[in-house]
Design a protein around this ligand. Sequence first.
Ligand code: MLT
Length: 255
Amino acid sequence: MILGYDEAGEGPVLLLVHGFPLDRSMWEHQLEGLSDIRRVVAVDLRGRGKSPLEKMEGSTINDYADDVAETVDALGVESVDLAGLSMGGYVVFAVRRRHRDKVRSIVLIDTKAEDDSPEAKEAREKTAAQITEQGTGPLVEGLLPKILAEGASEELKAVTRKMFENTPPKAAAADALAMRDRLDSTPDLAKINVPSLVLHGEQDQIMPLESAKEMAGKILGAKLVPVPGAGHLSPLENPGAVNAAIREFLSRINA
Ligand code: MLT
């Protein structure tokens, strides 16, 4: 499926994949702040925003990755710099496994390589069932207090809430089950042979900074840049630091 997206700028493509339960609008500061060095493309994964909601049930992270690859083709380019936040990072790993030639470099943000533990898998099922029965309300109330760094502004909280609430329940439930079934990407880390950058909110309560450090340590040549004042949504919480790190990283990529 070719995904809907927003874009800004010209030149080599930097393609951005959002997390759960979010959409392309989480990258507004990257579209604005990096469009002088890249054609920045922020996609909506299937089922939300500008992307069709058909084919949602039973979708897998591999399907999301194949959608990204089809979208790269539709953009008319051979390869992209590929960045993903959290669930978007799981998609980045899957694109790299399945469509290696389309990936020129990777940026992993507030994400991890491990698959779900048996307990986490059970929790995903509960989340999916709850969304199907009650909509995304309880999920939103549960996630909001944890996703941003302490002291986040009311404005940022409101923007985040709106994104959560915009995600159709069908898409959020399918995401939960897709994440439950994702592969462990840890064995892939040593095989990554494109330039890689790892960015992680210093105050991420959902995935600790320590595990991102470990992940970066397993990718040849990867650098971890901690993002100060950010929780799990660092591109929105500290766009200045995130954009500066991506800019510096991309300046060394031969596109
Ligand atoms: C996300 O932000 O995409 C999710 O927290 C990822 C997850 O639940 O594993």
